[in-house]
Write a protein that binds this ligand. Sequence first.
Ligand SMILES: NC(=O)N[C@@H](CC(=O)O)C(=O)O
Length: 440
Amino acid sequence: MSSPYLIKGVGVLGAEPTDLLIRDGVVAEVGRGLSARGAGVLDAAGLVALPGLVDLHTHLREPGREDAETVESGSRAAALGGYTAVCAMANTSPVADTAGVVEQVWRLGREAGLVDVQPIGAVTVGLAGERLAELGAMADSAARVRIFSDDGFCVADPRLMRRALEYVKAFDGIIAQHAEEPRLTEGAQLHEGEVSTRLGMTGWPAVAEEAIIARDVLLAEHVGSRLHVCHVSTAGSVEVLRHAKARGVRVTAEVTPHHLLLTDELAAGYDPVFKVNPPLRTRADVLALRAALTDGVIDVVATDHAPHAVEDKECEWAYARPGMLGLETALSVVIDVLGDGDASGAGAGRADVARWDLIAERMSRTPARIAGLTGHGRTPAPGVPANLTLVDPTARRVVDPGDLASRSRNTPYAGRELPGRVVATFLHGEPTVLDGKAVK
Ligand SMILES: NC(=O)N[C@@H](CC(=O)O)C(=O)O
């Protein structure tokens, strides 16, 4: 049995300070002036308590590229970023397209014990886009897979996409699409626009994403299935999603922290740390994505944490792999882009509570609901599973890649000052992070 913890003076979602008693894996009591004999006491004055963050889109690289990340190192990075659950993408080696591989990832996650690792299964065998993987066997496995994705590749064949959507209906599954019409992105290096023209590099046009989203929301509507759109990156995609949602299509969508903050201008320095799929877009896209996150057309922030070994990133732009780290900086970036609120730390202003509630909704409650992770995404209250994170909203830090727990170093925020610091994370009532450091 775990030892109890008494968290003193914390603002739940930025509200007036209170105490939380954590015992036997749940929030046992909430109120002022609590005491508990034998409990570890955590002075949380000035801190904000959020439901533990849930990431729908994490690349853990194990099995296959343990030099870039392992389930354990990625789990530690996640816990330090305030996460209590992550969904592990299927583009490992071997690909997570069988019950055996998804069970292996799930088991490695349990052994690490730092976050709940929920494997995502591949839609097609080997991500090759030719025939459906064993979706039912993965759903029936110990890993209980509900989300399927070929992320890294688009399920480009419309007939295969339709079949996949139909197949997963039997167990209320979801197809998470990497929306990229491959015929429109051959040789693409960065967003197609003014910057790509100036640099003379082949562009990745916004329409390559928007055309697939438009097709897929129509397919999802036609067969009555659940579609999730990975890493939405353009203003046009937001408009397609707005239209689909107004029609009642069962579609959800995610945006990454980097698409909420960074633009294609960064490619001008040819530093491949800024090479990512889909590419960084324009300022107008960034602003449209932020507005969609606030108004709910975009449902969640997902990191697309994509660790890459040094030799795959520190090379010529054209040869570098796309992808950037995200888990340890996501919350800070989201705090940054959603505005300062009441940064005095006095907290409890109404605007402040609304802003923390929005962060909880987009980074915890909604992703937990989409993934069916019922023990996660619940605001601390009596009887709720103790999966939560404590944040110091007034702290600022300059990102140093050398400080990160990830095995890789490809953060696009090196040297950038970001607000907010995760002070503690609790998973099933046990601390995984205390005083900003991993407990194990
Ligand atoms: N998002 C990325 O830029 N990279 C992803 C896969 C992908 O979507 O290309 C990766 O696995 O590295």
